[in-house]
Design a protein around this ligand. Structure first.
Ligand code: ZN
Length: 298
């Protein structure tokens, strides 16, 4: 019998069980979209994250291992708006997997579905600005995450229709839990409204907008450009910030210098899932961000 089955499989008459139930192979450009895809896909997806939380997604090497992973992927989930521009297009070119090329159903860019902040009136890369298409760091805005999650659930359903019901159910339960959490986070974060902060890189813009916190300056003179002495001299003329926000990726020296000159509390926030201890999932990420802000801001 076993021999007979093997013959049927080899001759292509019978599709092996494992193949018929194959998981969708997903290549996520950054940890936050890997996490969101796992939430929405459950056991129907096998997710590979091209970068980890200790990497700057603006600067990644198009390593052969990334190319090999993309070559076998059914779906790529990236941020877009040039966040991964320096490496993803090269990985796509070399992987030669038509399914996940731009414009194909297997290529998903989160920023296609939301309005971007800090969008320049014209495309401008002057002075090293790496946010030339607008601020791509939408992963820190629960409102935008919800919109992206809805679009991603829809995409999963369309490229893997046999599991459409499962994706729908997982979206429904995520949507409810996320809405409840958003209300809870917003209520908890109320004392932060109107606080004034200086950030290192501008990945906090959407979070600050959501929580009505005011950014009064950035340690980087332009996104992607390290602090310069002349820029730091300008920051000395600022009013006193309540907090100075850095991520674990940033050089803390300029932030410590500014705190010593101007006062305010220095707070390290996770910029994505897994960036600091206790932030393995998207819900815990915002729990941690808000509790750290409250601790520093009071
Ligand atoms: Zn950036």
């Amino acid at each position: 019998m076993k021999q007979f089955m093997r013959l049927l499989i080899l001759s292509g008459i019978l599709i092996p069980f494992s193949f018929a139930n194959a998981q969708l192979k997903v290549f996520a450009c950054v940890p936050e979209w890997a996490e969101l895809t796992k939430i929405l896909g459950g056991k129907h997806v096998k997710v590979y994250s091209a970068t980890h939380a200790r990497q700057d997604p603006h600067k990644v090497q198009a390593r052969p291992s990334l190319i090999a992973r993309l070559r076998s992927a059914d779906l790529a989930v990236c941020t877009g708006a040039e966040l991964e521009a320096s490496w993803m297009s090269m990985v796509q070119r070399r992987a030669r997997n038509r399914k996940v090329m731009p414009g194909r159903p297997g290529y998903f860019e989160a920023t296609d579905y939301v309005r971007l902040l800090e969008k320049p009136k014209r495309l401008d890369r002057a002075d090293g600005d790496i946010h030339a298409e607008g601020n791509p760091h939408i992963q820190l805005d629960p409102r935008r995450i919800k919109v992206v999650a809805a679009a991603l659930a829809k995409r999963l359903k369309s490229i893997d229709p046999k599991n459409s019901n499962a994706y729908q159910q997982r979206w429904n339960s995520f949507d409810k839990r996320w809405r409840d959490s958003m209300a809870r986070w917003k209520k908890k974060a109320k004392p932060l409204q109107g606080k004034k902060v200086v950030v290192y890189h501008r990945e906090w813009i959407y979070l600050l907008d959501w929580l009505s916190i005011k950014r009064i300056g950035s340690l980087e003179p332009n996104p992607g450009v390290p602090p310069t002495p002349s820029h730091l001299a300008k920051l000395r003329t600022l009013q006193k910030p309540d907090m100075i926000i850095v991520s674990p990726l940033n050089n803390k020296k300029p932030a410590i210098w500014l705190r010593d000159k101007k006062g305010g509390r220095l707070v390290t926030l996770p910029q994505t899932v897994g960036a600091v201890a206790g932030t393995k999932d998207y819900f815990k990420l915002f729990d941690t961000i808000i509790s750290r802000l409250l601790k520093a801001g009071n």
